[in-house]
Design a protein around this ligand. Structure first.
Ligand SMILES: Nc1ncnc2c1ncn2[C@@H]1O[C@H](COP(=O)(O)OP(=O)(O)O)[C@@H](O)[C@H]1O
Ligand SMILES: [Mg+2]
Length: 230
């Protein structure tokens, strides 16, 4: 389980995260929803150690990780697919994947399981990342994160700017990672229907605070769609 307790974060003088408390149970898919600008990406960046936290603790499987550098968090089982994907446009698909394996021992070959999850990456392995469509780049970013063999996969708005058919593929892949491979997933989303379909658990953030949470099956009844409607 990932546990975030009383997390606070500031940018300059503005208080961005306010006593955030959130748990992400093992072997489940947890969705974090919220409108633009409420602090979702900032929270993920704190969890990964990309930005330092001002106060509060982050615990992963009983160990406090909030003062560890990012690479140590990755080594402890966390992987991150950032918003906007951040793949390397001038490297090939294969090279992009190998970047994700940088911390593993023999990063010279791409495991079949990655290409089996995303067959399009196998077909396009010698193409440049920048030549892929937005949806294919998102699949590449997820494949790259999986190269470190994570136990917790964290994704920031993977459906942003992507065509519906690939959104469905990504949804199926995430369910497969959880249901068949025992992975834990934390998914940040603004696209309600996608989140509702996938969520085992959910949290809603508003202005830097967690304001609601529960079982995925209760999202409609709890009015989550209205909470995040623009
Ligand atoms: N690097 C930064 N410097 C200053 N303010 C930032 C920075 N990144 C984000 N913010 C501000 O912090 C708030 C939360 O942003 P963010 O975490 O990106 O929200 P979300 O992912 O929910 O859209 C927003 O008001 C945003 O403008
Ligand atoms: Mg964001």
């Amino acid at each position: 389980m990932l546990e975030v307790e009383d997390l606070n974060q500031y940018y300059g003088g503005s208080h961005i995260l306010r006593n955030v408390r959130m748990t992400v149970p093992d072997g489940k898919l947890t969705v974090l929803l919220g409108r633009n600008g409420v602090g979702k990406t900032t929270l993920l960046r704190c969890v990964m150690g990309v930005v330092p936290t001002k106060s509060g603790t982050i615990t992963w499987r009983g160990a406090k990780i909030s003062s560890m550098p990012t690479h140590a968090r990755v080594a402890s089982g966390l992987a991150y697919v950032p918003q906007g994907r951040d793949i390397f446009g001038r490297l090939t698909v294969e090279e992009n994947l190998l970047v994700g394996a940088a911390s593993r021992k023999s990063p010279s070959k791409i495991p079949d399981r990655i290409y089996d999850l995303f067959p399009v990456l196998r077909d396009m392995k010698h193409r440049r990342g920048g030549d892929l469509s937005g949806g294919q780049q998102q699949q590449l970013a997820i494949g790259r994160a999986l190269m470190s063999e994570p136990q917790l996969l964290i994704l920031d708005e993977p459906t942003e700017g992507i065509q519906p058919s690939i959104i469905r593929d990504i949804g199926r892949t995430l369910r497969q990672l959880v249901d068949e491979m025992g992975m834990t997933v934390l998914l940040v989303e603004q696209y309600y229907d996608f989140a509702r379909e996938l969520a085992d658990r959910y949290w809603v953030m508003s202005r830097g605070e967690i304001v609601a949470g529960g079982a995925g099956s209760e999202m409609d009844a709890h009015g989550v769609r209205e909470l995040i409607a623009v």
